[in-house]
Design a protein around this ligand. Sequence first.
Ligand code: GUN
Length: 293
Amino acid sequence: MVLLDGKSLAAEIKEEIKKETAAIIDRGEKAPHLAAILVGEDPASQTYVASKEKACHETGITSSVYKYPANISEEELLKAVDFLNHDNEIDGFIVQLPLPPQINVERIISAIDPAKDVDGFHPENLGKMMTGQQGFVPATPLGIMQLLERYAIETEGKHCVVVGRSNIVGTPVSILMSRKAIPGNATVTLCHSHTQNLGEICRSADILIAAIGKPGFIKADMVKEGAVVIDVGIHRIPDESKEKGYFITGDVDFAEVSKKAGWITPVPGGVGSMTIVALLMNTLKAWKMKYQK
Ligand code: GUN
C-alpha cells in the first residue's frame, strides 16, 4: 500500500508558490492577496480559516480575515462581498461555509465577482469547469486532481466511483475525473443516498473517492484489492483522552481499508492539506489573470 501523502505534497507545492511569490515581490510588484469572510464562531470554520492564513503567511501571500457576527443580515453580508469585489488590493476571496440559516448561500456565492472567486463556487466558474474553459476549480477537487497527477496515478479508462454529490466536492470531482484531460478520461459513477447496491458499485471502483460526510463509512468489504482510495472526510470525534478533546478521522475506515487498498490518503494529512494549497494555487492564478493579461 502506498500512502498518498497530502501533507508532504502540499509542502512541496507551497515551496513552488513561495518561489513564485518571492519573484513577484522582487520585481517590485504587489504580492497576491487572499481574503476570507468568516461569519459566526463555528470552531471548524475558525480552524480552516486559521490554517489558510498560516499557509498564506508561509508562502508570502498576503491574507486578511473579515469577521462578522452569526446574526449578520443577508443584506450586510452582500455589502461585505461587494466591498471585496471592488477592493483592488484583494485578488481573491472566499466566504467560509457553512453560513447561518438566515443567509441564502446561493445568493451570497452568486454575488462574488467570478474573477475573485478562488473557491470556484460561483455558477460561472462551475460552468467553465463543466465545459473545459479556464476558470477556478473548487479547492478540494483541485487538490485531489493534483494528488492524482503528482503521484502519477493512471486514471484513463479506469472506473472512478465518487460517493457523495455535494456542490463543493462530489459533483465537481465527478466532472473533473470524466473530463477529456489528464488526469481524467475516467468512467465515472456518482453515488448518493438513493444509490442501490452501493457496496457492489464501490467494489468495482479502480479509484474510490469518499465524500459522504459520515465517519468510517467505507469499510474494507466495499473496496477492491489494490484500489486507489481518496478520503475527503474530516470529522472531529470527541475523545477526552486527547489533548484537544477530539481526534480527526475521515469517511474511510483507514485501519481496515489501508490493508486492502493499493493507494490511500490518510486523515489528517491527505486531502485536507491539499485543499488549502489548492486555494493558494487559485489565488496565484487570480493574481496572474489580473496582472499578466
Ligand atoms: N467549508 C468547508 N469547506 C469549504 C471550502 O472549501 N470553502 C469554503 N468557503 N467553505 C468551506
